[in-house]
Design a protein around this ligand. Structure first.
Ligand SMILES: Nc1ncnc2c1ncn2[C@@H]1O[C@H](COP(=O)(O)OP(=O)(O)OP(=O)(O)O)[C@@H](O)[C@H]1O
Ligand SMILES: [Mg+2]
Length: 291
């Protein structure tokens, strides 16, 4: 890892996608929408050498049984490429958070398969799943879960220390991660001493430290004002662009669409529409992607 994310001009990420050059949110309604049946047929450049980072195949998630059954997710099939920045939108209760929880193995599907980096979660042991959650997947939720009694630096060091990384090394990596999200000083202060936007940056640094490749974020800007929200989403876009982190972000804000590679729309547990993946000039007819 080197330098501060976002410090460099937009460039191609490992999936071959590009971040929109217009980093000012301008369009309020995602355009170029298309039917949702195509993701399985999209061939990402990166798939020639490695599997997609995240795949849902005919996934169903129900809670309860019989008359009390709630279908949170219904027949979802979705493929997300490496380094892709995908926003998930839809009305309250439509299954957005459940979709994230399934990807992070925090929930088990009732039917179908969830495949992370080529690994079918159902075929992984509980231990391997836990290791994947700890090492490969970062989470940023609206309630940040920063530990108030730990300093900013200690919060970011925590996942590495839990993973057995020596304190000195963890401190070094945490300092670097905080630098990347634009926090260079006051690292020995406590979360309450920071603004909401700064706290969200600390949470993002903690979520991606140790080169986590998949970042699941659930309404990361829900509690922030416009300026801080924009900075956080810009930071996420830069992480995808500059470090190739795959990001799935649940949001209620249509204006963030211009920073993402794709917007997936959900309703009543189903994916009802999505924008074409932004692979720059490689997108043809909104469905096939060629190299
Ligand atoms: N643990 C659970 N037990 C029972 N029902 C659940 C559980 N978790 C979610 N649900 C139900 O599943 C549906 C989808 O919930 P989910 O939290 O995924 O929606 P959401 O799109 O994230 O909503 P919001 O925008 O309000 O956060 C809802 O009807 C919810 O009540
Ligand atoms: Mg939710």
């Amino acid at each position: 890892m080197s330098g501060q994310v976002g410090a460099t001009p937009p460039s191609s990420n490992p999936s071959g996608s590009t971040t929109p050059s217009n980093t000012t949110p301008s369009n309020t309604t995602p355009s170029n929408t298309m039917n949702t049946t195509c993701p399985q047929s999209i061939s990402f450049d990166a798939q020639k050498v490695s599997p997609p980072m995240l795949q849902y195949i005919d996934v169903v998630k129900s809670y309860g049984t019989g008359s009390t059954e709630v279908r949170a997710v219904t027949d979802v099939s979705l493929t997300i490429g490496r380094g892709e920045f995908v926003a998930v939108m839809g009305p309250s209760g439509c299954g957005k958070s459940t979709l994230l929880h399934l990807a992070g193995a925090l929930e088990t599907p009732s039917a179908g398969r969830v495949i992370v980096d080529g690994n079918d979660l159902a075929e992984m042991s509980v231990r391997d799943q836990a290791e994947m959650r700890r090492r490969d997947v970062g989470y940023v939720f609206q309630s940040l879960n920063l530990i108030p009694a730990l300093t900013c630096l200690e919060n970011v060091m925590l996942p590495l220390e839990l993973d057995g990384v020596a304190t000195k090394q963890a401190r070094l990596l945490a300092t670097e991660a905080l630098h990347q999200v634009g926090l260079d000083h006051s690292l020995d202060r406590y979360p309450d001493d920071f603004s909401g936007g700064q706290r969200q940056r600390i949470a993002i640094a903690r979520a991606v430290i140790g080169d986590r490749r998949l970042l699941l974020t659930d309404e990361p800007t829900g509690a922030l004002d416009t300026v801080n929200s924009d900075q956080v989403v810009e930071l996420l876009a830069a992480l995808a662009r500059d470090r190739g982190v795959t990001i799935v972000m649940v949001t209620h804000e249509p204006r963030f669409a211009s920073w993402t590679d794709r917007v997936v729309f959900m309703r009543d547990g189903r994916i009802v529409d999505q924008t074409a993946p932004d692979f720059g000039a490689t997108v043809s007819s909104g469905i096939g992607v060629t190299s």
